[in-house]
Design a protein around this ligand. Structure first.
Ligand SMILES: [Mg+2]
Length: 275
């Protein structure tokens, strides 16, 4: 894992600009700073600005654990594609598959509410219904060990057994048939006819993309971490603004250079009669 903002990293970013690439990002902890209140996460002004600028030049996507509706209220039109529920919610998934995933998730929610509503409330665990998955949040509780033990007990009893993805103070459970961030990114590359992609994320669910180890995808993790499959890392979340700015400005520069060469080339034939 190497630091992205070095000569090699910048040159790898630059290479993306020479082909049709998809620029995809996780939301919480990547485009938006992690905040104690899950509902307060938002895009900082420079990040929104550079993301919008990049989106005018190339396809961009946000692939998040949040629902598409939730993402839309935070990202708006700053990114061209919004993919929710860790990759399982979006126009790329088949209606029948989505329906099946929804039904499984809904069944789990009912069962959890019937049996554990009071116990969850006492432990300070908030269950978020994301239609296609459930998230057990324990960021705001003081009894973290107790909360985690309760969540483990519940999750172990879910039927069918879920795909479990641990996040920062959150346990996400997804129906086993749901697509993940890695499959979603590949599907979008195919749909948008992109031969390369950038993917930046900060959490365990993002390892589904990093672990593809697909040479066409430049993978970046927010924060260096042992055991991560990402190729590069950024030291801080705020550095994402610098990456977006670089992509926009370097991209524009190469277009200007190319236009310059083109004009020179066009001027040359005028000299030919003297040769
Ligand atoms: Mg994240």
């Amino acid at each position: 894992m190497d630091y992205l903002l070095t000569e090699t990293g910048r040159s790898d970013l630059g290479a993306l600009l020479t082909v049709r690439s998809l620029y995809a990002f996780d939301f919480d902890g990547t485009l938006a700073k992690i905040v104690r209140d899950h509902h307060a996460a938002r895009l900082a002004r420079p990040i929104r600005f550079w993301l919008e600028e990049l989106g005018k030049r190339a396809p961009t996507a946000v692939i998040s654990g949040r629902s598409v509706g939730d993402l839309r209220s935070r990202v708006g039109t700053a990114a061209s594609h919004l993919i929710g529920n860790h990759g399982s919610e979006g126009p790329h998934t088949r209606q029948e598959d989505m329906q099946q995933v929804r039904e499984t998730s809904h069944g789990w929610l009912q069962w959890v509410n019937d049996r554990f509503r009071d116990e969850l409330a006492r432990s300070g665990v908030v269950v978020e219904n994301k239609s296609y998955s459930l998230s057990f949040h324990y960021r705001t509780t003081d009894q973290r060990d107790k909360a985690r033990a309760l969540i483990s007990r519940i999750v172990a009893e879910l039927s069918p057994p879920p795909r479990i993805v641990l996040g920062k103070s959150v346990v996400n459970v997804m129906p086993p048939t749901a697509s993940h961030k890695g499959t979603a990114l590949l599907e979008y590359m195919r749909r948008l006819d992109c031969s390369a992609a950038l993917y930046v994320g900060d959490d365990v669910t993002d390892e589904d993309v990093f672990a593809l180890r697909d040479a066409r995808i430049l993978t970046v993790r927010i924060g260096k971490k042992k055991g991560s499959s990402a190729r590069y890392f950024l030291k801080r979340q705020a550095e994402i603004a610098e990456v977006l700015r670089l992509l926009v400005e370097v991209g524009d520069q190469s277009i200007r250079t190319w236009s310059g060469c083109h004009e020179q080339g066009a001027a040359q034939p005028l000299q030919q009669p003297n040769e």
